[in-house]
Ligand binder design. Sequence first.
Ligand code: URA
Length: 234
Amino acid sequence: MKLVKLLANLGYGSRREIEGHLRKGRVTDASGRVLGLKDFPPHAEIRFQGEPLDPPAPLTLLFHKPAGYTCSTDDPGDTIYDLLPSRFALRNPVLSPVGRLDKDTTGLLLMTDDGQLLHRLISPKHHVPKTYQVTLDRPLEGHEGDLFGGGELVLRGEEKPLLPAKLEVLGEKEARLTIEEGRYHQIRRMFAAAGNHVVALKRVAIGALALPEDLEEGAWRVLEAEELGLVKGG
Ligand code: URA
């Protein structure tokens, strides 16, 4: 890999733009020595406008999604990419959300360029649990735990029953629900099937990884190695 290609893959610009940055002396090593087209020091030694480079692939980000942002650039309006450095949307391989959250859903969202990890986390075959905190319009009636846990609930317009899900009642209109798959609007549709309506939904955990309390809405950071272990499980 050459320096220009590395920087282009990290989203710092097109190859032509990077060549311009190099000519203007914006790419240096850690000591401030200006790098040229033929230089290629170790990743950790390279600086772009004085700043260390973003990590190379594979990269996984931990993100606290706020309400009002969609997970897909195909949708109109604000997207989660608006909350990340713009170069992240230009990385190759691309950083994709690990399962989409609805526009109004908040909470833990991972973004990764690691295809194997993505598959492992979203495939129902791997049974990685995702836990959501749910606020409801009407009080729970008491039958919901059995309805969701039985493995027989078929959502409207579908044929295959849902995998069993675990409901923990936290209050009259508050619950935690843990599911192992990610069908379209799944939790909202599950509660609709139970005659209720979800007014707020927040993902609080993926596998054994909880949404860190100190990560504010809209904030993100690189997922640490131990956290990756918590997500993947055994
Ligand atoms: N279930 C939903 O209905 N929406 C989400 O965003 C996630 C799970």
